[in-house]
Design a protein around this ligand. Structure first.
Ligand SMILES: [Zn+2]
Length: 322
């Protein structure tokens, strides 16, 4: 009798928990938009055309597997010497249903450039993209280095300038320093050190998990309800080989993937933002605007060795000495 009662209580408790869980998810779902900077390639070093095609195809295949409509911020300048390849790669992103946003032509910093020059570079950076988009207008902009204005006045000037061009600046709430890890990974691959490359990729994925844990905990402290996140990744070999694991992790954390357009409708993206000299994500900027509830000094950072290895790999890849 006691056992039957216990089973009954457990079933009722389980049913309640399950329904609460569904309710919570329905009312406050965890959502995220996936964005890529430097489409069709992050340009710290040069890769052969075939590698570029393979990297982009791998990313597009993985996004398709998860039925994700992503946004890519185009850097036309990296492929200025091969406009045919640029157009063909951008067309692939467009045909797969992804948004193509702007990332300037020359990958310049707003903090080191006059506004007029900067806006002209943005317009130049839309030339091939607009050919690909046809009648569809480019809507989104991501500033290189996340330099969005080092004072509140310059930030407002940029926002107004972008508005005239029909563009909206897109914040970042999650990122994993992928640009630090890509070059050493690519160097290992090119040097046919497959086991070492794989171990290094695992380190990158572990670091990504630590960052995701941190951002989830920071968001929970900052907001009463879950807010939709915007993840920033770069187009590179490391992410072509890691995207599946990253998306699987986000899915297992309970995120559902949604378009950038939908995410930006959330009021959190319309609040005033504190200007910063440094390229930092928007969770930090928003928290500084309020009470600073999160211990930002505990945000996981790549080790000094990782930065040193990145520098060394860039030199090696640029010199072609492998
Ligand atoms: Zn960039």
């Amino acid at each position: 009798m006691f056992i039957i009662k216990l089973i009954h209580v457990s079933i009722v408790a389980y049913a309640c928990l399950a329904s609460l869980c569904v309710d919570a998810r329905e009312h406050h779902p965890k959502s995220i938009s996936i964005t890529f900077d430097d489409v069709p390639i992050h340009g710290e070093f040069t890769l052969p055309a075939q590698s570029l095609k393979d990297i982009n195809q791998q990313l597009l295949d993985t996004l398709k597997k998860y039925k994700i409509q992503a946004t890519g911020f185009v850097n036309e300048g990296h492929l200025k010497n091969d406009p045919k390849l640029l157009q063909s790669l951008l067309s692939d992103w467009h045909k797969h249903g992804h948004e193509l946003g702007n990332h300037t032509f020359s990958h310049i910093s707003y903090h080191k450039t006059e506004l007029d020059t900067y806006l002209a570079d943005i317009q130049k950076g839309a030339t091939t993209t607009q050919t690909v988009l046809g009648k569809q207008k480019q809507k989104f902009f991501r500033p290189p280095y996340l330099h969005a204005g080092d004072t509140n006045a310059s930030q407002q000037m940029l926002d107004k300038g972008l508005e005239k061009l029909g563009l909206r600046l897109v914040p970042v709430t999650m990122e994993n320093a992928d640009y630090v890890f890509d070059a050493p990974y690519t160097a290992k691959l090119q040097n046919k050190q497959m086991a070492a490359a794989n171990t290094y990729k695992q380190q990158y994925l572990t670091f990504t998990e630590q960052r995701l844990d941190f951002y989830e905990s920071a968001s929970a402290k900052m907001f009463d309800k879950p807010v939709p996140h915007i993840l920033m990744l770069h187009v590179n070999q490391l992410n072509a080989d890691s995207l599946d694991s990253i998306l699987m992790s986000l899915q297992s954390r309970g995120y559902h993937f949604q378009s950038l357009e939908k995410t930006l409708q959330h009021p959190v993206y319309s609040q005033p933002t504190q200007a910063f000299k440094f390229g930092i994500h928007w969770l930090f900027r928003w928290d500084k605007s309020k009470e600073n509830k999160v211990k930002w000094a505990t945000e996981p950072e790549p080790s000094a060795e990782a930065f040193a290895e990145h520098q060394q790999a860039i030199t090696t890849l640029k010199n072609g000495k492998l």
